[in-house]
Design a protein around this ligand. Sequence first.
Ligand code: XMP
Length: 333
Amino acid sequence: GLKADWTMDQVLEEQLAKIAELVGPEGHAICALSGGVDSTVAATLVHKVLADRLHCVFVDNGLLRYKEAERVMETFNSHLHLPVTCVDHSKVMLERLSGLSDPEAKRKAIGAEFIEVFKNFRDELDKKIGKRATFLVQGTLYPDVIESCPPPGSDQKHSHTIKSHHNVGGLPKDLQFTLIEPFRELFKDEVRQIGRLLGVPEQFIKRHPFPGPGLAVRVLGDVTGGDKLDVLREVDEIYINTIREFGLYDEIWQAFAVFLPVRSVGVQGDQRTHSHVVALRAVTSGDGMTADWYPFKPDFLREVSTRICNKVRSVNRVVYDITSKPPSTIEWV
Ligand code: XMP
């Protein structure tokens, strides 16, 4: 990060005071948790000030990784003692995504569904607490802010939206929330430092980032139809477990598998097959704005490819992405 540890101490104190003043003694806030570092640390921070006036929701959008909803809810309950409502919206979300191939169309649909779930949650909550919750906690980081909307005066060539990250400015104005975004000026490793100061367990702090639109940005084209999402979940789980086994997880900024919209010819047993191709990606990065592909040793690559093809019968080819950002982005979509 740009600042030293002691400064994060100060940032934390400042934010706690600012939030107390902004929300006052009666205000209620909502936080949509993604299970990632940013929203988890943001919620933990705000919870310190608001206690039971903070209301957290976790949406299962059908685009989560292997057993992710269960695992995340378990961690919130048993390690963070954050009360969280889990809303299962997977069926509706996948119906909505059916037939959509364009990256931005997928992101927009996911954003719109998310807003629906969110409005519902808020309406229910208003009934429960007998008044309107008017504050919204978001774990927006500085790179999210500049990638979604470059500051005025920035180079014209780059002043278009690179990707519509739906967690930035994604909620329509008519929801009329006052935003609490304690990390708008921070980089991810600074948020990790704040999380440590708040006692968030290391396993959470070190989690790789995961995009809001989830596996929808890791299946190229239409995410529905067939078993694409399940194949991807299985491959991703094997990949990440192998990375952990080799002791590489903490060296890597983000690692994941991508489901490609092609089939390739292979030979498995005595059979010629015409099956799925998956790409593996792993990058190192300081802030997600630029990234280098991770130089795995051949032993690792051989092992992981063997495991994937042995365990996931419908995959007959594994490729490794050797592109940095730029010219690529980290995600493929
Ligand atoms: P890219 O792919 O743009 O990603 O190099 C940079 C970082 O942002 C994450 N990412 C997203 N996060 N909504 C999110 O919340 C999105 O639509 C989105 N797209 C990318 C990506 O995983 C990486 O960490």
